[in-house]
Design a protein around this ligand. Structure first.
Ligand code: MN
Ligand code: MN
Length: 301
């Protein structure tokens, strides 16, 4: 029996189409020598010019960074020809969110790693249907990664998507974790295999560029109040990048950073540090958002 879900199918499909086009656009921007900040801004501009809001800041994680790196304001980092770059992006129409990603090995030095993540996604998607246990999808991802001589990242995985939350409900593992929770018809989910040359685990890195408002308790300082008001007004409860505040607000970067610290301390902001592969292995990721069907799935992105 199909349950009622909280997405608007037409809005979701529109966001999905923009996401898919944005991934294509990202391929034209992400070239050796390009500044990461220009690439991220170019993709974000494309999504906004296409009539969508950002579901979250464009993530451009490189090499052993698995996720959550978005360029900082004035970021000096430039794409190198040996880089393995994960482009992870999402478009939003009202409360309808998408989440998708692909990996580039610009000189094809690590194309086997990239292809393993793509094949793992393809195989996983071919198994998606209502009644399927999430551990069986994880098992398929694991099997595909290992067949190519790589490890799946065990503490990252796919997820349910709700209108408030990009990571809601189910966790869809990248290995057989024994979780027999079943997918349901109509459910909106993201599947995202991560494969690595390393041990297959991520840990928090030393920098944070992505944040999210999780509460609106009134902070003590005037600047922190301004930051809270700016973020709730512009990004609601969806993730935002530090560079968006620095370019969008009239207060100094120093005060913005100080205010964020204050808002974290009182529990208004959650921080998403960069996630780095524990053994510094190279990481590739492929991701799509899909709706679970009775005999398969509908790809949204
Ligand atoms: Mn995701
Ligand atoms: Mn993603």
């Amino acid at each position: 029996m199909m349950e009622e879900y909280d997405y608007d199918i037409n809005e979701l499909k529109a966001a999905g189409k923009v996401s898919a086009l944005a991934m294509g656009h990202a391929r034209t921007l992400a070239k050796p020598g390009a500044k990461l900040e220009d690439v991220a801004q170019g993709i974000e501009k494309f999504i906004k010019d296409s009539g969508c809001d950002m579901a979250f800041p464009v993530n451009l994680s490189t090499d052993s960074e698995a996720a959550h790196y978005t360029p900082e304001h004035g970021d000096a980092r430039v794409i190198g020809e040996n880089d393995v770059i994960k482009v992870d992006l999402g478009a939003r129409r009202n409360t309808n969110l998408t989440d998708c990603a692909f990996t580039l090995s610009l000189n094809n030095k690590y194309s086997k790693l990239v292809e393993a993540s793509e094949e793992a996604l393809e195989n996983a998607l071919s198994m998606v249907k209502s009644g399927r246990s999430v551990c069986d999808i994880g098992g398929e991802i694991e099997k595909t990664a290992r067949k190519h001589g790589f490890n799946p990242i065990k503490n990252l995985g796919g997820h349910g998507i709700s209108e408030e939350d990009l990571h809601a409900g189910k966790f869809i593992p990248n290995f057989n974790n024994g979780d027999s929770t079943q997918l349901k018809e109509g459910e909106l989910i993201a599947i995202e295999p991560f494969v690595t040359t390393g041990v297959g685990q991520v840990t928090d890195g030393s920098t944070t560029q992505i944040y999210q408002i999780i509460s609106t308790r009134m902070p003590r300082s005037q600047e922190a109040r301004q930051v809270l008001e700016f973020c709730t007004g512009n990004y609601s409860t969806y993730p935002f990048a530090l560079r968006w505040l620095i370019s969008g607000m009239k207060i100094s970067e120093f005060m913005i950073r100080k205010s964020i610290s204050e808002l974290i301390t009182i529990g208004d902001i959650e921080a998403f540090p960069v996630l780095v592969e524990k053994s510094k292995g190279l990481v590739a990721q492929s991701e799509k958002t899909v709706i679970v069907g009775s005999e398969g799935c509908t790809v949204i992105t």
